[in-house]
Design a protein around this ligand. Sequence first.
Ligand code: SF4
Ligand code: SF4
Length: 276
Amino acid sequence: MTNYGMVIDQERCIGCQACAVSCKQENNVPMGQFWNRVLTEGGDSVDTPSGGYPEDGGSGSLDMQYQPTACQHCENAPCVKVCPVNATYTRDDGIVEIDYDKCIGCRYCMAACPYNARVFNWDEPEHVPEGGTGDVSARPQGVVEKCTFCSHRVEEGLDPACVVNCPADARIFGDLDDESSTVSKYIDEYETNQLLEDRGTNPKTHYISGEMSPGRPQTSDKLESELDDVSPWSDGADDVPSDADASEGGQSGGGQHAIDGDAVPHVPSVKSGGDD
Ligand code: SF4
Ligand code: SF4
């Protein structure tokens, strides 16, 4: 059975906040709310290093580490257990979602979530522009909301917006129950951890730290299967334009790029399955 999850490579993350911004845009998240936040290990504010500044000719110990955080879509989700009206539930594909029509705003789920992943609409949601953004309708005042792994996109075979828009390829999404999926291969190949493992929630977001993964280029907002047709990793040699093709066409544009193997910035050591 499909069981969606995510890998976030903290060594790749550059703290650019593109994931947080694209999440807000795609999911029509109201002003003052964030479903996806990029924390820094040194403190609560943005871009706060940990450690100490150099003093008295010493080298100091300043260190900047980013930890993108959103709903972890826990296997054993405490928020689901405490919801008195079953408004919070786990879908068959493992995504934890909220039925906004059922939510009575009791906020038990917010208290139960150890990851501070949920936000509450105290006021009438305010959107800029007024009509809202993205492909998700606004949630009413008085309900709790949070990251959905962009389930509306996943249902169309697309990756979540944060994954597509991460310029550092720090995020990978896919089926944890499929051992041939890219997420499964990354978890298999790299040292990963889950947040607050001792709570027994079994989060489906896995973090890589210590060793940078090769990344997985998210070249556009397209289906993986479509990307296979133009990818330098696809098997068909005919897919890769030749130098002659490139010179005939002059400068590439409109999404038609001549792909030169040497120009690819990083080639994954785990082959992209194109299946997640
Ligand atoms: S978009 Fe990628 S690199 Fe930028 S903060 Fe988010 S995870 Fe890190
Ligand atoms: S991270 Fe919080 S909101 Fe998300 S499934 Fe786990 S307990 Fe629920």
